[in-house]
Design a protein around this ligand. Structure first.
Ligand SMILES: [Zn+2]
Length: 430
């Protein structure tokens, strides 16, 4: 009966008859066996066993084993030198048919390259990846399948692990498979290493004291700017502080460009791509990202990518201030009527005419919780409106030709236009 271990040696011997292999590549073909061994150790052990077996057979007078020794020595390398020289002749060793004998030193060289590329990059964790489809990988797959070997480990996995261990040793940083701060990609064919810092995320809020400032940079047809400045452009000035490439800005909703954003500001997350620095002092960031006296950013600290959805999808209540104009004028009764009527009431809004070009025409329902108002002059009044996020509050006042119902205009039977709008408070999601 053939034992399991005899079976492994028999297979290794068959492999070495077929193909020249370095210790590492032979070991990798049998990676399923021998926990705690490196592939070179495993490969060397297998070659040792094959050598001992051949020696035993030759000592027992088996002539065919001498012929086999000649082939295996050429494929197996220097370990067989003495034995083959004794019985046959000086062998000519062949290069590993998988890696050409390159892999051993290449792993070390790639690790050194990676460490050099990482100089000046701030990171606490990393992950190593290897591009698919290298020549080594194809050669390995072809050999394993032609020999019917199923116990092999892919070269990509070995290189990832071995280069990763060396980087960890050199830098003291840890691999993190879930959310690494740096991704190191290896190209085995080009023998190159690419270092890519993952985006960094900071949470905070912005306050906008000026009007006609859009949230995002907004360029209309023909390349003309619709608004001279944007919150996005203000925040983008933080990119050099991170030594990054670009910024993506995630906000919890958006106010109209002509509305100010006051109070504690609107929650946001900034995402900076390819940052070489990631633990940046917050005062420096706030200074860089603000554009006094119009736009100010306040930051609380670093967050994870998962937090972006939470901030973006939140629709907290908001408090608005509206300054309204009516050609017919406002009376105390009007103010009282509005205050009494718009209390915990649901408003049906078709997508406002002014945004129909950009948004789908749907009906949305939002609640108004309370309204407080006062007369400012014969034709003007101001109202504070507490309502759901996502309500188009200008339309709540003027009615949008009946597309928003009910509205201040429909309730009072008066023509109303909005002079100014400010967002005073934004229920915090931070
Ligand atoms: Zn090899």
């Amino acid at each position: 009966m053939v034992s399991e271990s005899d079976e492994i040696v028999r297979k290794a011997r068959e492999v070495l008859r077929q193909a020249p292999l370095c210790d590492r590549c032979l070991g990798r073909l049998f990676a399923s066996y021998g926990i705690g061994l490196t592939n070179p150790e495993r490969g060397k052990a297998l070659k040792t066993l094959v050598l001992m077996e051949l020696h035993r057979e030759i000592s027992a007078g088996r002539k065919d084993s001498i012929e086999e020794l000649k082939i295996i020595a050429e494929n197996g390398g220097p370990m067989f030198k003495e034995l083959v020289s004794k019985y046959v002749a000086e062998p000519v060793f062949k290069k590993c048919s998988i890696c050409g004998g390159r892999l051993d030193s290449l792993i070390g060289e790639l690790a050194v390259k990676a460490v050099r590329e990482l100089e000046g990059v701030e990171y606490s964790s990393f992950i190593v990846g290897v591009r698919k489809g290298s020549r080594i990988e194809s050669a390995e797959e072809a050999l394993a399948s032609s020999l019917g070997i199923t116990s092999w480990e892919s070269v990509r996995r070995e290189v990832k692990r071995e280069v990763g261990k060396k980087i960890q040793f050199f830098t003291g940083r840890k691999p993190d498979f879930r959310s690494p701060e740096v991704v190191i990609t290896i190209d085995l064919d080009r023998e190159e290493v690419f270092v890519q810092p993952m985006p960094v995320f900071y949470i905070g809020s912005y306050v906008k004291l000026g009007r006609n400032i859009s949230q995002m940079r907004w360029v209309g047809r023909g390349g003309r700017r619709n608004y001279p400045f944007s919150v996005e452009e203000s925040l983008t000035k933080t990119v050099p502080v991170f030594e990054g490439d670009s910024l993506t800005f995630h906000a919890s909703g958006r106010e109209d460009a002509d509305a100010r954003m006051l109070g504690d500001g609107r929650p946001l997350i900034i995402e900076v791509k390819n940052p070489r620095k990631r633990n940046v002092p917050i005062p420096a960031l706030e200074k860089a990202g603000s554009t006094p006296p119009w736009v100010y950013v306040r930051l609380k600290g670093r967050v994870r990518r998962e937090d972006v959805t939470r901030v973006k999808s939140s629709t907290p209540r908001k408090l608005y201030l509206l300054i309204l104009y009516s050609p017919e004028g406002f009376t105390q009764e009007d103010v009282k009527k509005v205050e009494e009527f718009f209390r915990d009431i649901t408003i049906r809004q078709k997508t406002p005419e002014r945004v129909l070009r950009r948004r789908a025409d749907i009906v949305r329902e939002r609640k108004v919780y309370s309204v407080k108002g006062r007369i400012l002059g014969r034709h003007t009044a101001e109202f504070m409106v507490m309502c759901d996020g996502g309500l188009y509050v200008k339309e709540l006042a003027h009615g949008d030709k009946g597309r928003t119902d009910p509205s201040f205009s429909s309730l009072l039977g008066k023509e109303i236009s909005v002079l100014f709008l400010d967002v005073l408070e934004h229920e915090s999601v931070l």
